[in-house]
Every structure is written in C-alpha cells, then in structure tokens.
Ligand binder design. Structure first.
Ligand code: C2O
Ligand code: CU
Length: 517
C-alpha cells in the first residue's frame, strides 16, 4: 500500500505551532483505513488521532477524511495506518517538526537527513492476521527483509553470513543490478549531520550503525537527552532518535550503514545502505565486509543503552510530579482464550468495540463497551514470571477511567510467554508522553522499587521498551481530555490484544466532527 504512490510516504515537514491539514482519500478497493499521527498529542483534537475503534470509525473504500491538528512540539515523529495490522503493508512515513526560527536547540549541526527503518514480509497483512486468529496459531514469522528508507534486499539469511562465495548454489546467484545497496546520503568531509532515525517495524527490534562513525544521541522521541555517544543504536518500533554524525573519516572511500535484527533470533538478512563521501562513486560498495551487527541476544547491552538514554538534557529537565495519584501494575502475559492465543494485560486481552469509544462515550451509548473496569494490578507477591501463565484470561473492551489532571504511574511487568520465552515490547501511549522512571530486571516490588525511581532528571519519551523478564516504570499526567490507546507497538501483538484504553475528561471534549462517525 502506498501514499501518493510511495512507501514509505513523503516526509511531512512542519514548524512548531503549525496546523497540519491532511486529507486522506481511501483508494483501496476493499479495505478500510485510518491514519495515526504518532507522537502528536492531539491536544484539543482527540478525534484526529486516527485510531480506528478508539477515536474514529474507519475511512471506508472511496471515502475521504480530513485530519486537522496542531504540532505543538519540535521533534521527529511519524504517521502510519492504525487499522488492524495495516502498517505491515507499508502505509507509513515520517513527520518532522522543526523548532521555530530563533529558538536554539541544545546542539548544532550543518545538515539533516531522515532515516526510516522498517521490516518487510512477503505474506500479506490478511494472511498474517488469519494466521494469528487461527487455532493453532500461525505466527507471522521473521521478516523476509529489513528496509532502510524503503529499500532492502531479499536473500537467504545464511548467504548473508557467508558473503564471499558460499558452497550453497542458492547463494552464488549474481544479484540483479538493481539490488545494489542504496546510497544513504553523500557526506561532505568535516560536516556534522543530524540524522533523524526512526523505526516503524511491525515486529523487529533493531540495531542501527554506520561503519567507522560514532553517533551522539541528542533527541529521543522529541525530547532533548543528555548527549550520549554510541557506536550503534538500539531502536524499537515507534521510537525516533536524532543522532549527530561527523563526516570525519577517510573520505576516499564509502562506509556501510546497516540495520540488524536484535531481541529475536536473527533469521533475516540485515539491511545495508552506503554512506558515501563527496567525490566518490556514491554506489561504490565499501572495501570492507558487510557488518554483522551485535549478538541478537545481548539483553544486557540493550538494557544499558535504554538506561543511559533515560536522562534529560540538563537544560531541558521537565519536572516530574513527585508522586502519583494512581498506580497501575500491568502484567504482560500470553493466554489461551477461547481456542485462540492472545496477549493479555492483567488477564484482559483488548478487543475493540464496534463503535469507537470516543463516539459512544460522547453520545452516552449504553452497552457499547465493557463497563466493568479492568484490574489495577495482579498478584505480584506470588506470581512467577519465569513460568508460562495460567489459562485464566478474558477478552474485553474495558477502559481505565482516569481523573482529569491526575498523575498516573504505569509499571509494565514482563514475563515468559507460552513458548517459555520473554520478548521485548515497545509500549506506546497515545495523547501523552511519559517520564521514564526506571528500567528494572525481574519482578517489580512496589515497596522496594518505587523508592528507586529517578525523579531528579528523567527524560520524557514515548514509546518505552519493556525488556525480557524486566519491568519498566513510567509516569504521566492525564491532562488531555479524550480516549487514548496504550499498546505494544508490534503489529501482531496489538492484533492479539496487547493494549489497554484510558479515558480522561471525555465530558470536556468539544463537539465531535461528524466525519469521525
Ligand atoms: Cu505508532 Cu498506536 O501507534
Ligand atoms: Cu509486544
């Protein structure tokens, strides 16, 4: 699926304070859609969030829908389909909001480039969704390719591990000319580049690196961080980073830029692009072998990088409220429910109601969603996160109703799934960003661990990673009237119910535009 004929779609450039107006004309012949503006809080325009089932009805084939919203913060954001698993089909792009002229950012650079990372399957969205809904479950499997700005290669994974003449005949097929790695960009020696790197993978966690060049991380999801120099960047779906890269290496040759799968056993050829230096043939492959990336299962390195990037820039600390009014402890498990494999949060797997929450709540429709609130916590004293979960889940469309203006803590607790493995889940909140208070290992203990939260200089971000068998604590202020989804950013996982819904101050939401219904 494309946007104006392209996947990813065109990058939208705006300046802080702009009103963005996008008209989506659904030319898909048999499929609904809806477009979400990922990272935009939609203050005062909750109906423009684009989340089908939560804030609007789908845009039907042949229909047109206009999104109108204000971009209130500079940063690196996205847009993407938010209907079923449609993002898998490539319906996405980047949205870059610049600081207004005269407003200095806490770093300088000469030029900027955007880099959008994705993963890619040969199976359609619908084959994937049918597999996930089947009994027994047919998982989507590892992607066939990784993409950098929409381009990648497809070749058997083992061939990419033995690039210089494997004994396997399948690996010695010469690549068609069009398959040569694409130029990422051409650098001018001595210049500093701000690379806005974003990931909209459907499944994969990635490691991104440019051979021979370190990167200074300065912005995370639209917030300025205490600068951290890294050799490679771990990036989870829905995250964006601005990194500064100086073109200070031998300019007579080109360099590899690569993204590799991490956090799941690697079975996909890494994506390669070429960082060229001015004066070279921009398509000339670097003289060095293709980089192989870090070990896919090095959890420690990933957790350490998450922690090092959770500190705000000293001049841009946004004070965190000292204590929450309410704390939700959210256990992430898999369950077998009614013959299906589901993801559940405190035993509840989310199913969207037929009428979007925002519409049914504003109109006072009775029985449109499950009125019984979902559980606030789980049995954290006795629960064993090393054991596959018991089969006691339910499917519901229940909502957490938050007091408008209240401070809410969310503690995500990871466990092992039915396959005895514990995965990484990037959790994304619509309508707000949150302070990251802690990434912990093992089981959360409210008495012990709340005392260790970073309340001094936590960065705000969104989404946030929940690492294997770990726990992640965030805090936010429920000050944006509307109904908001909080979900794992892995398409298959949200399809299997890995999401919750928050409502706050819905009575304060202005008159809904007719077009959302
Ligand atoms: Cu980018 Cu609800 O997601
Ligand atoms: Cu997940």
């Amino acid at each position: 699926m494309t946007i104006n004929g392209e996947s990813p779609g065109p990058t939208i450039h705006a300046t802080q304070g702009d009103t963005i107006v996008v008209t989506v004309h659904n030319k898909l012949e048999t499929e609904n859609t809806g477009i979400h503006w990922h990272g935009i809080r939609q203050i005062g325009s909750p109906w423009a969030d684009g989340t089908v089932g939560v804030t609007q009805c789908p845009i039907l084939p042949g229909d047109t829908f206009t999104y109108r919203f204000v971009v209130d913060r500079p940063g690196t954001y996205f847009y993407h389909a938010h209907y079923g698993m449609q993002r898998v089909a490539g319906l996405d792009g980047m949205l870059v909001v610049s600081a207004p002229d005269g407003v200095a950012e806490p770093f300088t650079y000469d030029e900027e480039r955007t880099i959008l990372l994705m993963d890619w399957w040969h199976k359609s969205v619908y084959e994937q969704a049918v597999g996930l809904a089947s009994d027994p479950l047919v998982f989507v499997g590892e992607p066939q390719s990784l993409l950098i700005n929409g381009r990648g290669v497809f070749e058997p994974f083992h061939c990419s591990r033995a690039p210089n003449g494997s004994s396997d005949a399948a690996c010695n097929v010469p690549r068609p000319a069009g398959c040569a790695p694409r130029t990422l960009f051409t650098a001018v020696p001595g210049k500093t580049y701000r690379l806005r790197v974003g990931s909209l993978t459907s499944l994969s966690a990635l490691n991104f690196a440019i051979e021979g060049h370190s990167m200074t991380v300065v912005e995370v999801d639209g917030y300025y961080v205490r600068p951290v120099v890294v050799d490679s960047l771990y990036i989870y779906s829905g995250e964006s980073y601005s990194v500064l890269v100086k073109a200070d290496q031998d300019p007579s040759r080109n360099y590899w830029a690569a993204s590799h799968v991490v956090a799941r056993e690697r079975n996909t050829t890494s994506a390669m692009a070429i960082l060229s230096y001015a004066g070279n043939d921009p398509r000339a492959p670097p003289p060095t072998p293709r980089p192989v990336g870090p070990a896919w299962d090095d959890v420690t390195a990933r957790v350490e990088q998450s922690r090092s990037l959770a500190v705000a820039h000293p001049d841009h600390v946004l004070p965190v409220p000292p204590r929450p009014d309410r704390a939700l402890l959210l256990l992430n498990t898999q369950n077998r429910i009614g013959g299906h494999t589901k993801w559940a949060i405190n035993g509840v797997s989310l199913a969207f109601p037929a009428t979007p929450y925002l519409v049914s709540m504003k109109r006072g429709l009775q029985g449109a969603y499950d009125a019984r609130p979902p559980p606030e916590t789980y049995d954290f004293r006795s629960y064993d996160i090393e054991r596959p979960p018991p089969a006691n889940g339910t499917v519901a469309s229940a909502v957490y109703r938050l007091a408008l203006g209240s401070v809410v803590d969310l503690v995500l607790q990871n466990t092992v799934a039915l396959n005895k493995k514990s995965e990484t889940h990037p959790w994304h909140l619509h309508g707000h960003d949150f302070w990251v208070l802690a990434y912990g290992d093992g089981k959360f203990d409210p008495e012990r661990d709340t005392a260790r939260f970073n309340l001094r200089d936590p960065v705000m971000k969104n989404p946030v990673a929940l690492h294997p068998k770990g726990r992640t604590a965030v805090r936010f202020v429920a000050d944006n009237p509307g109904v908001w989804l909080f979900h794992c950013h892995i398409e298959a996982h949200v399809y299997m119910g890995m999401a919750v819904v928050f409502e706050e101050g819905v009575d304060k939401v202005g008159r809904l535009p007719k077009s959302i219904m």
